[in-house]
Design a protein around this ligand. Structure first.
Ligand code: SAH
Length: 346
């Protein structure tokens, strides 16, 4: 029976160096191969041209490189690109390139599907199939960086973990991917250009704070009233706002990094003065800013974008209270690439 070959990128650099020593080779060969795997993003052992043919064959006998494959690329009229990314086991996730005047942002997935049950999100309708490995997250970033250079003549500048899945429910792999994205042995990007977005898992927010991570944190809040939040994001029953608030205060005390709240205003759900007042109060617990995002319809109209007047009421009230607020227009809607629309639909 053939034994299953191991994913070579599951090994740390030290483990790879040790592997070469065990094979009677020099440890530095591990460094060379590591560089091919991460910095040069090699898809095959054959690409490793400064490694002998025998060594390449030996690696082939022991390991696989589970590189992602961009199966389909769709381009929106506004320059947004959506990739359907096939994983080694045939499952598919999506990632998005969002260009603006000044930056190119990659929006990457952290899980296949999602285990949370936000009622307004298309990804929630796929069940969670599995977590992505660190290399599968890393590969999505590399693919978008290449597309950014090719179609927009500039490298990728920012990364947001706002694709499919809940990053804090795949904590270890997300952190390992970020480590490689920021390492000079990987892409060497600044952690300040990375934002992890979460529905709000208090325990994991505290863990990140303890590790004094350097990237940004965004929280998909949508309501600062427990009853309302639970009705649209049912898991809020297990992670109530009081726990979230406490975790966010802790995050700020440790990282001194202000928090971004993502917030959609929906007709008949949170378009009231009472809802705005609750948000203002919540924003005062820890330094923060609010991104009001446009709702991207995913179904027959159970959820509807609130009126411009309601959005202005939010904007004015927040500003009056000294809270920074931005109103974000959707990108890539015509190819189902906007927030909450990722559901492997082609
Ligand atoms: N699970 C993480 C990462 C996903 S980010 C999180 O919840 O933060 C995706 C963002 O899009 C979240 O802020 C989510 O609340 C928002 N979103 C989901 N469905 C949406 C929709 N239909 N229209 C606009 N935003 C949506």
């Amino acid at each position: 029976m053939e034994t299953k070959k191991k994913d070579i990128r599951a090994l740390t650099k030290d483990q790879l160096r040790n592997f070469f020593v065990e094979q009677g080779d020099k440890a530095f060969r591990g460094n060379q191969v590591y560089e091919w795997l991460w910095q040069k993003s090699a898809h095959s052992f054959d690409a490793m041209t400064n490694v002998s043919k025998e060594t390449r064959q030996m690696l082939e006998d022991h390991f696989v490189i589970n590189h992602i494959r961009v199966d389909q690329m769709q381009r929106s009229s506004d320059g947004t690109i959506k990739n359907a990314v096939r994983l080694h086991d045939g499952l598919v996730v999506e990632s998005v390139l969002i260009p603006t005047e000044t930056r190119t942002t990659a929006c990457v997935s952290s899980q296949v599907g999602c285990s949370l049950d936000c009622r307004f999100c298309a990804t929630a309708r796929m069940k969670r199939m599995r977590n992505l490995n660190a290399d599968e997250i890393y590969d999505q970033v590399v693919a978008i960086d290449n597309e950014s250079r090719l179609y927009h003549d500039r490298p990728l500048s920012n990364i947001v973990f706002m694709g499919m899945g809940e990053p804090l429910m795949n904590y270890n792999n997300v952190l390992k991917a970020i480590e490689m994205i920021t390492s000079p042995e990987g892409l060497g990007m600044s952690p300040k250009r990375i934002t992890v977005s979460t529905s709000g898992v208090p325990k994991m927010i505290k863990k990140m704070a303890d590790e004094e991570v350097k990237f940004g944190l965004a929280v998909s809040l949508h309501s600062a009233i427990d009853e309302v939040r639970t009705s649209i994001m049912p898991f809020n029953a297990n992670f109530p706002l009081k726990d979230l608030r406490e975790a966010l205060e802790y995050w700020y005390s440790k990282t001194k990094n202000r928090i971004t709240y993502e917030y959609v205003v929906w007709k008949g759900i949170n378009d009231t003065q009472e809802a705005v007042d609750a948000l203002v109060k919540f924003c005062k617990f820890a330094p923060s800013k609010v991104n009001l995002i446009e709702y991207n319809p995913i179904d027959d109209g159970e959820f509807q974008q609130a009126s411009d007047a309601a959005v202005s009421m939010y904007q004015n009230t927040l500003e009056r209270n000294g809270i920074t607020v931005t109103v974000r227009r959707s990108r890539g809607k015509d190819i189902d690439a906007a927030c909450g629309q990722l559901a492997n639909k082609q």
